[in-house]
Ligand binder design. Structure first.
Ligand code: OGA
Ligand code: MN
Length: 294
């Protein structure tokens, strides 16, 4: 006789909210939670489980202030203080705005420019970010989507010869302060300087929760693969970037005001589409310090 005993209903799996998949490779929307209210341990345990399963969670129609966002982000781990004293740091050292807003002729936040290539946040540091959380406060009428790419799926789809070639390798990830979104152009056109922040991490990293392997290189910040000739490294990275940026691994987010997105930098990449500089785009950002990649 047919039995559905092993088939879990959404309610049985997620008793505290509804979960809707965004794309097979990554992403899920959480429905039915108001993040301006404290989140109980039981609910958070399920949020974290869903986050680990999908790499990216979306909560729509949220109405939260600075410190409510800080409090929710802190549930994911130790907050990462921002590297520069942006305007948000007056409220909390982990708060910043990703925005093209200007006051007295100066940008008040980070990453103001339009397009940003695929990357994983702070992969050029010894302890990169685990979670990054953006909350949409002002949006241009068009453009500025954020595209996410699932690096478990990308790793698992690698041809076996390619997987063997990168097995056990480290890659140098670098960031030139001040170049921001156009860092990649700098990386190609000029050599690293004494101000460059760099750190070598495994090309394939293992997630501490669950032990799945993810591809951990990216077009914006990965400079070269350690221990092989530069020409060979350039060719290998080109192949890896093209592979990991295939649309079948992606979810493209079209922002609405009040959206809150939290992604896992250990198993996803993200990129930003261009948008007109004449329109205000403002995201409130809080992030969490991760472990050293292995
Ligand atoms: C970031 C980032 C993308 C965006 O905050 O790390 O890459 O869409 N933001 O603004
Ligand atoms: Mn980023």
């Amino acid at each position: 006789m047919h039995t559905n005993a092993t088939r879990s209903t959404p309610e049985a799996t997620w008793p505290h909210f509804e979960l809707r998949h965004l794309e097979p490779a990554l992403g899920a929307e959480v429905l039915g939670l108001d993040l301006s209210q404290p989140v109980s341990d039981a609910v958070f345990t399920d949020i974290e489980r869903a986050w680990h399963a999908h790499g990216l969670l979306l909560f729509r129609e949220q109405s939260i202030d600075d410190l409510q966002q800080v409090a929710f982000a802190a549930r994911f781990g130790e907050l990462a203080h921002t590297l520069k004293p942006y305007e948000g740091a007056k409220v909390h050292p982990a708060l910043m705005f990703v925005t093209n807003e200007k006051k007295d002729g100066h940008y008040v936040g980070a990453l103001p420019d339009g397009e940003m290539y695929f990357h994983s946040d702070m992969c050029y540091r010894e302890y990169p970010l685990s979670a990054s959380m953006l909350y949409a406060m002002a949006l241009p009428p068009a453009g500025g989507n954020t595209v996410f790419a699932g690096m478990y799926a990308a790793y698992e789809a690698l041809p076996s010869e390619l997987a063997q070639q990168i097995e056990g390798r480290l890659a140098m990830n670098s960031y030139e302060p001040g170049y921001g979104a156009s860092n990649v152009r700098m990386r190609i056109e000029t050599p690293a300087t004494e101000h460059t922040l760099s750190f070598a991490h495994p090309v394939v990293r293992t997630h501490p929760a669950g032990g799945r392997k993810a591809l951990y290189v990216n077009r914006l910040m990965t400079e070269y693969i350690v221990g092989i000739a530069r020409s060979e490294s350039d060719a290998l990275l080109k192949t890896l970037f093209e592979h990991q940026e295939q649309p079948r691994f992606q979810y493209e987010h079209r922002w609405q005001l009040g959206d809150l997105l939290v992604w896992d930098n250990r198993c996803t990449l993200h990129a930003r589409r261009d948008f007109p500089p004449t329109h205000l785009r403002k995201m409130r950002r809080v992030a969490v310090r991760g472990e050293r990649p292995v």
